[in-house]
Write a protein that binds this ligand. Sequence first.
Ligand code: NAD
Length: 277
Amino acid sequence: MKIGIIGAGTMGVGIAQVFAETAGYEVYLCDLTEEFAQKGKDRLAKTYEKLVAKGRMTAEIAEENLASIRTGTKEICTDVDMIIEAALENMEIKKQTFKELQAIVPANCIFATNTSSLSITEICAGLDRTVTGMHFFNPANKMKLIEIIAGLNSNDDVIEKIRSISVEIGKDPVIVEEAPGFVVNRLLIPMINEAIGIFAEGVASAEDIDKAMKLGANHPIGPLALGDLIGLDVCLAIMNIMLTETGDSKYRPHTYLKKMVRCGRLGAKTGEGFFKY
Ligand SMILES: NC(=O)c1ccc[n+]([C@@H]2O[C@H](COP(=O)([O-])OP(=O)(O)OC[C@H]3O[C@@H](n4cnc5c(N)ncnc54)[C@H](O)[C@@H]3O)[C@@H](O)[C@H]2O)c1
């Protein structure tokens, strides 16, 4: 099966890795330019180099996995069976991307989006086929969950197909109805936002906030490190979407989160967030 992945960022590359490591899948990893897509693949190659050096993967397997990933722009997706869109968390970009893809991909190609919080129903509006949420978690190669999200006009056969693909690639999916933040992010992102508030008020250091939640709530990673891992820009975008969709002030992003994003401290991907990388 051929999978076109749109966006070779944190998630796109992780999702590409998952499919490349499963027999029977070929990946077309796409970004705005061929160079961006190649850079994404290079990051995976670096990860594999480390695994090979540690003896946790053979050089042959690493090479085989990388060989199943083609790179380019979305125009290469002429014969894919499924698109998983993982570009920026922006409604206009997602809508425009699918609109353009309709003219490129085969008529029976499945459309899925990795959106963290946008309305699947809205992404799908005006297209010639349904779009289903296929929400991977970061790091996509390690996290078992996929939230499969049904919009108002989703199709049960497509949902079932995505469920069976999810199981085939080693994931354990849940099927949920569309709602702002779905299940995980509606709980998780406000918690990270609150941790940022605690930090900004000087209640505790970043290290101690994270230590408190690891030792006191048995979380495997603290909320600030998790925000850095997800990307603080992504966290801000999700808070804003939940706030706009519900109008409920409990989803107001903390001003300190906005400041971090404004100065480009986005977390692990920029080398600095609440911690240095
Ligand atoms: N980061 C996370 O933890 C996480 C988890 C689950 C879902 N998501 C969702 O996945 C999506 C991607 O997030 P990310 O963290 O990988 O972002 P990212 O910023 O790391 O990567 C986005 C990539 O998309 C590319 N891009 C932008 N516009 C494009 C377009 N029109 N066509 C093709 N490529 C385009 C960018 O060049 C970039 O390489 C978002 O919708 C996000 O909400 C993120």
